[in-house]
Structure formats: structure tokens, C-alpha cells
Design a protein around this ligand. Structure first.
Ligand code: CDP
Length: 228
């Protein structure tokens, strides 16, 4: 019998489209590693805030990204993110990080450092990566590529629930505005903009349950893994 294939799954999409939860569950079902690339950009942004470095100073931000140690450690409830050895899993989701992260991630020097690391972590396969540029830049030859979209109102509701779990009470209308603004910045930036790869499958999750999303991607992956 042939060995199952060790594939790479790329999941891209706009803010709060449900990528993280879906990617985490798909990875769990397959016994794969889940790599949330957004959390890595968030970690660099958090470090800039901690060191009170002006996010518009590209040179300083790139230098900071170079000396920053970002590690993802799988746990039962999803990845823990360690920044320079300190568990920063909750802090990277703070609203002030969210509002600055698009600027920090628009710098090519920052992207070069993180993309190199993401490719290194994916080299052996058996990974689910999620972000904005996985299918287009990080792993253009990934075996499964998904582009997740959802209605902005639904995305704001999901984000409100997620923040409530972290004890943050957010205004839904403001969340809609913030999400639209971040999508605009991420899609119109010069470097690796948020964009559907030509060979990615578009998955509209507005009316899907998490289980339905996970099953859809799992079935696609299984058909390739067991393909001989
Ligand atoms: O979870 P959410 O949808 O809020 O975003 P995220 O995946 O945590 O990503 C945060 C930000 O990082 C995005 O708005 C992008 O600006 C940036 N990002 C990126 O540029 N490239 C990636 N591969 C992943 C995230």
C-alpha cells in the first residue's frame, strides 16, 4: 500500500472570515500542524507597541522583526503564541494590536522574515496555514487552496462573540467599520495583497456552520491524501 501523501493546505480570506477556527479544526482532524500566520504579524505589532516604536517607521519595524523570537506551540485549545519566550496568546488580540497590524504587515522586510519562517515550518508537509497570501505567495504550490469569504455583518457578529469570550465588549457597528477598513488596507497594499489565487476554491461561509466548513475542506484534503 502507498503511504498517504503529506500535503499542505492553504486557507486565505479577509478579516474575521472564520479562517482560524476552521484551520485549527481541520488540522486537528487530520493530525496536522496549524500555522496561524496572522498571529505572527500580530506578535511583531505587539512588540512594537511594547517597545513604543512608531509603526510608521519602516526601518525600525523591520529591525525589530529581525530580533523578535516568535514561536507557535500547539495546545488542546489551539496554538499558544510565545513572543521572546513570553506567552502572549491573549495580548496579540488586543484592539490596539488589531488596528496597527495592517500597517506593520505592509512592510516587505517584515514579510520576507515571516514568509521564510512559514515556509521552513511547512517544508515537511502535514500543515494547515492560514492568512492572506498563503495560496499566492507563501505556498503557491499547496495541494489544497481555499479562499474563505463571508458577509461583513456576519463577520462582525462572529468577531463580537470572539471578543466577548476574552471579556471585551465591542460595538458591532464599529466592528463592521474596522473590518471593512482592514480589508481595504490588506487588499490594496502593494506587497502580497489579500487576493484569491486563481486555482483556489472560494468558500462562502455566511450561511455555513463551522462543522460544514471543516467537513468541506477535510473531504477535499482526504481525496488528495489518499489519491494513488
Ligand atoms: O483574525 P483576523 O481575521 O482578525 O486577522 P489575522 O489573520 O489575525 O491577521 C491580522 C493581520 O495580519 C491582517 O489584517 C493582515 O494585515 C496581516 N496578515 C498578512 O498580511 N498576511 C498574512 N499571511 C496574515 C495576516
Amino acid at each position: 500500500m502507498k503511504e498517504p501523501k503529506k500535503i499542505r493546505i492553504a486557507i486565505d480570506g479577509p478579516a474575521a472570515s472564520g479562517k482560524s477556527t476552521t484551520a485549527r479544526l481541520v488540522a486537528k482532524k487530520l493530525g496536522y500542524l496549524h500555522i496561524d500566520t496572522g498571529s505572527m504579524y500580530r506578535a511583531i505589532t505587539l512588540k512594537a507597541l511594547r517597545e513604543t516604536i512608531d509603526a510608521s517607521d519602516e526601518q525600525q519595524i523591520v529591525a525589530l522583526a529581525q530580533r523578535c523570537r516568535v514561536e507557535l506551540e500547539p495546545s488542546e485549545f489551539g496554538n499558544r503564541l510565545f513572543l521572546d519566550g513570553k506567552d502572549s496568546t491573549s495580548d496579540i488580540r488586543l484592539p490596539r494590536v488589531t488596528s496597527m497590524v495592517s500597517l506593520v504587515s505592509s512592510y516587505q522586510g517584515v514579510r520576507d522574515i515571516l514568509v521564510r519562517e512559514q515556509r521552513r515550518m511547512s517544508a515537511a508537509g502535514r500543515v494547515v496555514l492560514e492568512g492572506r497570501d498563503i495560496g499566492t505567495v507563501v505556498l503557491p504550490d499547496a495541494e489544497v487552496k481555499i479562499f474563505m469569504i463571508a458577509d461583513v455583518g456576519e463577520r462582525a457578529r462572529r468577531r463580537k462573540k470572539q471578543l466577548a469570550l476574552a471579556g471585551i465588549d465591542a460595538d458591532e457597528k464599529k466592528l463592521v467599520r474596522d473590518i471593512e477598513e482592514r480589508d481595504k488596507k490588506d487588499s490594496t497594499r502593494h506587497m502580497s495583497p489579500l487576493q484569491k489565487a486563481s486555482d483556489a476554491i472560494e468558500l462562502d461561509t455566511s450561511n455555513l456552520t463551522i462543522d460544514e466548513q471543516v467537513d468541506f475542506i477535510f473531504a477535499k484534503a482526504q481525496s488528495i491524501i489518499n489519491w494513488v
